[in-house]
Write a protein that binds this ligand. Structure first.
Ligand code: AR6
Length: 169
């Protein structure tokens, strides 16, 4: 199982994988954080394709090409804003991982990389978000051959250590 899950620290826009996942918002028209970095690195073609998608619901995902990125595709998912945990935030975040992994499977993608969806501007607690990311990914990989490999991309040392502890269990 864990040989299909990898952890790295760094910038997800540099990943050479079949798809990187974007922590987008409902408009899918760009923003700050990892979303801004992905659009900046991909170039204007990405925004043009995103305009045609007419947005995305929270907890769902959409796929586009990767344009100027090293990644072939971008899977845009919209994480929940954290309001304290009583508005189904954990279920919505779990759904982001499930629907992104399903899109990867449907498109026969071998490799996919995730940032910590919702853990920046959307304020989801980092520890709980990592637990959901790891649990949903393990559950999906147990049942499916694709994607072959999932990489979690930590953006800070703290985030890296949180994932490392969970993956060692
Ligand atoms: N590579 C990997 N991880 C990154 C990178 C990067 N280049 N840049 C930031 N992170 P955020 P959210 C981490 O705020 O919380 C946008 O404006 C960051 O440290 O990007 O889901 C959208 O348009 C954090 O752990 O996404 C939405 O409006 C994680 O990525 C809103 O922010 C997510 O932080 C979405 O908020």
């Amino acid at each position: 199982m864990n040989n299909r899950i990898e952890l790295v620290k760094g910038d997800i826009t540099k990943m050479k994988v079949d798809a990187i996942v974007n922590a987008a918002n409902n408009s899918l028209l760009g923003g700050g954080g990892v979303d801004g970095a992905i659009h900046a690195a991909a170039g204007p073609g990405l925004l043009e394709e995103c305009r045609k998608l007419n947005g995305c619901e929270t907890g769902k995902a959409r796929i586009t090409a990767g344009y100027g990125l090293s990644a072939k595709h971008v899977i845009h998912t919209v994480g929940p804003v954290w309001y304290g945990g009583h508005r189904d935030e954990p279920e919505k975040l779990a759904s982001c991982y499930q629907t992104s992994l399903e899109l990867a499977m449907q498109n026969k993608l071998r490799t996919i990389a995730f940032p910590g969806i919702s853990t920046g501007a959307y304020r989801f607690p980092s520890d709980l978000a990592a637990l959901i990311a790891v649990n949903e990914t393990k559950r999906f990989l147990m049942k499916n051959k694709f994607p072959e490999k999932v990489t979690f991309v930590a953006f800070s040392e703290e985030q890296y250590q949180t994932y490392r502890k969970l993956l060692e269990q």
